[in-house]
Write a protein of this length. Structure first.
Length: 153
């Protein structure tokens, strides 16, 4: 490593910076940019304070970590809340709603039709056509209970 750094002299870190900036153009991940800045900063430090290759490598590593931490702190996307918490969680959007049974629940298994899909349900035995309320979901299976009558019976 010493021979490599010595052969390029003061230009070594500037070349590394250029390679990192080109990599950022080729792989636009907003990641190599910070290594490029760390290489530029290391090049400046080496121009001001001559040091061995081990200390140069350590300086680059520290500056790379610092630049990545700073970039994540200032340029990270804020966690945007949503008014659709069940987006991409279709099963969870059915919890609390009632549907008629498509097929009777026998041995705790049955089916309910929601929009254009049949969903497997699990719950107490009930005849087809009975309205059931979805109380939870386990994977793609809806857990249901019979809908209570308006009279409270």
């Amino acid at each position: 490593m010493n021979d490599l750094i010595a052969s390029y002299g003061d230009w070594f870190w500037w070349i590394v910076a250029g390679i990192m900036f080109v990599l950022e153009l080729v792989v636009p991940a907003f990641f190599f940019l910070w290594f490029g800045f760390a290489a530029v900063a290391t090049g400046i430090v080496v121009l001001l304070i001559p040091m061995g290759w081990q200390l140069q490598g350590l300086t680059f590593a520290v500056l790379a970590v610092v630049s990545l931490v700073i970039s994540r702190k200032f340029f990270a996307r804020p966690d945007a809340g949503t008014n659709l918490p069940n987006l991409n969680q279709r099963v969870q959007s059915y919890v609390g709603k009632s549907y008629p049974l498509e097929t009777a629940i026998k041995n705790r298994r049955g089916k309910v039709r929601i929009h254009d899909s049949n969903w497997e349900v699990r719950g107490p035995d009930a005849p087809a056509g009975t309205w059931v309320r979805v109380v939870s979901a386990e994977g793609a299976t809806l857990i249901v209970e019979p809908e209570r009558e308006a009279s409270g019976a």
